[in-house]
Design a protein around this ligand. Structure first.
Ligand SMILES: [Zn+2]
Length: 323
């Protein structure tokens, strides 16, 4: 992803704060409202999420267009299918001229009781060109491992009120510099598909997680996230007793949430961009230091529980609380 101090002011972010009414629609009378079935945040297991990261890294580097990336896509798809989750590997070509490449999104869907849709997203590719062995434990192992753990929680839980999509993006990382042809390939692809097939209108929230495994968790929500979703993150963090680890950044970030915002969907990026040797530094990011010993199951578990609380909040339409 890329940070920008100024670009957020020109992004037009639709305000969904007061229009999210839950995916069940408006009932006729209070007596007919079935109680929404909530997911249990405590069922998210950080040790399992960590193990998922370890398994992913055992494949080796997975930069887009390599055999490693294809293996990673197949690995993620098999994991989802073993949980009986309906899963598609969406293979597509993207990029210009001699840099045109093959990308694969892995998309699982858990059907809900109604038409509403919540999208959980993480990229799984690693940045190319850092070193032969760069394996990205935090970027993008941690969020991929967490999404697989959330898939398990959702697959064994009660049928959700809304459908929940688990989207594993290829090609988040750019090769040279972020542009409409370089980087964010997978998220641009899915945002376009949702828009074209009409599902975008049913999306209650897109929750992107990225670099959430740092032992010293310090999440800053990019300014270019949908305000109502930021409020839900902060409420959920408070309920987990971890409000102080979550802040609103002064900066915008170009990450996988941006194509969804651009297509009119509410989206938030849960990202810790202080991944380094001392607080305030990000010197492990995109280096050989991004290794398993720097991340923890506890951090992944906390973020996972917050995401589950967010899903519950969006499912019940309890999305109008503000800080
Ligand atoms: Zn990266």
């Amino acid at each position: 992803m890329r940070r920008s101090l100024l670009s957020y002011v020109v992004l037009i972010i639709p305000c969904f704060a007061c229009v999210i009414i839950g995916c069940g629609g408006r009932p006729n009378s209070a007596e007919t409202i079935p109680a929404p079935v909530a997911l249990d945040p405590a069922s998210v297991d950080g040790a399992r999420a960590f193990e998922r990261v370890r398994e992913l890294l055992a494949i080796g580097p997975r930069s887009s267009g390599t055999a490693g990336a294809e293996k990673a896509a197949n690995h993620i798809a098999s994991a989802l299918r073993s949980m009986k989750i309906e899963t598609e590997i969406d293979e597509f070509e993207d990029g210009p001229g001699d840099r045109r490449g093959i990308y694969r999104n892995v998309v699982g869907i858990i059907k809900g009781k109604t038409a509403g849709l919540i999208v959980l997203g993480s990229h799984y590719d690693t940045k190319a060109g850092i070193s032969e062995s760069f394996n990205g434990a935090n970027d993008s192992g941690s969020s991929t491992g967490l999404l697989l753990e959330l898939a398990r929680v959702l697959s064994v839980g009660p049928k959700p009120e809304c459908s929940i999509m688990l989207a594993f993006f290829d090609g988040e990382e750019c090769v040279r510099e972020y542009s409409e042809n370089d980087g964010l390939h997978g998220s641009r692809r899915l945002a376009r598909r949702l828009k074209e097939d009409g599902r975008a209108a049913a999306v209650l929230g897109v929750i992107v997680v990225d670099m959430i495994g740092d032992k010293r968790l310090n999440v800053e929500l990019p300014r270019n996230s949908t305000p109502s979703l930021c409020s839900i993150v902060f409420s959920a963090a408070r309920e987990e007793g971890a409000r102080s680890a979550f802040r609103l950044s002064n900066s915008a970030v170009l990450d996988d949430h941006v194509p969804f915002l651009a297509a009119g969907m509410p989206a938030v990026d849960i990202i810790d961009f202080q991944y380094g040797s001392t607080p305030g530094l990000n010197d492990y990011w995109h280096t050989e230091h991004d290794t398993l010993d720097k991340i923890s199951g506890e951090s992944m578990q906390l973020v996972g529980r917050i995401v589950v609380r967010m899903i519950n909040s969006l499912m019940t339409g309890n999305a109008t609380r503000h800080e």
